[in-house]
Design a protein around this ligand. Structure first.
Ligand code: A2P
Length: 347
């Protein structure tokens, strides 16, 4: 069995990763359609060593397709949803467009794999799987197994987010801005609204409410509850963009309902799918963005008792935003829905 697969936003930061993840995991592809805007039509990208020409996305792009992986922003996803699903093509969407819509599964395969198949159910399946926010995926891969055992009462998260979350142009801007800074040359940013090199700033998503949270911070709360199928954990976050290319780091302070020791947390996480414990105090080795970039597993370390609050642990978690935070999770969702199982992680 092999599938005709379309990638929407193929020339973008996540789009390129979609192709590599499909190839690396040996997803059965019988035909690959690379779709982007008019700007990129006619350019070629390599898939399995062969050139594939990018074409302009249009209403007819999904005819005969089985699967479309979308990462071209919410407005493109909204505009082309019907064209995709009416062609009988499963849409796995990396944007935030449909994540909170009733009946659209929001899936992290390590956490709620049973949800993926609902997209294709005969009665009521909407033909869409939403890929969650990157910070939420990375946190939940680690937190869900702990939640299953001891119940999370409250989560306080601080994030250190890479430029890749703002797309390919932001990654280039970080590199060029850094070069200009070191050369003492003027630099006018076009994507990120503030100086980025040697700086950090609260996440540049819109303020969503009068309490002062930005959209990114509320995603962890709302999406976290939907994925866990449990609204009882109280969740707050401070999301910060840091001058890192592609891996997000998260400091998670987690209060549990039932007792949870450091030793038990390590034991659970050593056995958890998609998680790698990295902890070598003698060598000063912890999860770090440069080590995690290009890796499938989310890494966790520095688990310790929060001495300021009962039954609370602190964890340090790092995951590749482009892989587990985006392309890898989406392809795993497609594997679940179309193949009924997730292939093992490769890197
Ligand atoms: P293009 O390269 O032709 O602009 P990123 O997330 O890295 O910013 O990438 C965004 C992706 O979405 C790119 O592949 C971009 O294509 C694509 N894209 C943006 N706008 C559209 C659109 N209106 N129609 C199709 N693809 C789009």
């Amino acid at each position: 069995m092999a599938f005709k697969v379309a990638i929407v936003g193929a020339t973008g930061a996540v789009g390129v990763e979609f192709m590599q993840v499909l190839e690396r995991r040996n997803f059965p592809v019988s035909e690959l359609r690379l779709l982007a805007s008019k700007r990129s039509a006619g350019t070629t990208l390599k898939y399995k060593g062969k050139d594939v020409t990018v074409t302009e996305l249009n209403e007819g792009s999904f005819a005969g397709c089985d699967l479309a992986l979308f990462s071209a922003g919410s407005s493109v996803s909204k505009q082309y949803r019907d064209a995709c699903t009416k062609a009988g093509c499963l849409m796995v969407d990396n944007s935030s467009a449909f994540r909170m819509e009733d009946g659209v599964p929001l899936v992290v395969p390590e956490v709620n794999p049973q949800e993926a198949a609902k997209a294709l159910q005969k009665n009521g399946g909407k033909g869409v799987i939403a890929n969650p926010n990157c910070v939420t995926i990375i946190a939940l891969v680690v937190l869900a197994p702990l939640h299953r055992e001891a119940g999370i009462k409250r989560l306080v998260a601080a994030t250190y987010q890479a430029s890749s979350g703002a797309g390919h142009a932001a990654m280039v801007e970080l590199q060029e801005g850094t070069r200009a800074f070191l050369d003492n040359k003027p630099f006018t940013p076009k994507v990120i609204p503030v100086p980025y090199a040697f700086n950090l700033f609260p996440h540049n998503s819109p303020w969503l409410d009068d309490k002062g949270y930005c959209e990114e911070e509320l995603k962890l709360l709302k999406e976290g509850h939907k994925i866990l199928g449990d609204t009882s954990p109280r969740i707050t976050a401070t999301c910060v963009r840091v001058p890192i290319l592609r891996a997000h780091s998260e400091a998670l302070n987690v209060e549990f309902v039932k007792p949870m020791s450091v030793a038990r947390a390590y034991e659970i996480l050593r056995a958890a799918p998609g998680v790698r414990v990295v902890e070598d105090r003698a060598k000063n080795r912890w999860p770090m963005p440069l080590d995690v970039a290009g890796k499938d597993d989310v890494q966790v370390g520095r688990i310790r008792v929060d001495q300021s609050n009962p039954n609370t642990l602190d964890l340090w978690v790092v995951g590749d935003q482009l892989l587990k935070g985006a392309a890898l999770n989406a392809v795993q969702c497609a594997e679940l829905a179309l193949l009924g199982k997730v292939a093992p992680n490769q890197s």
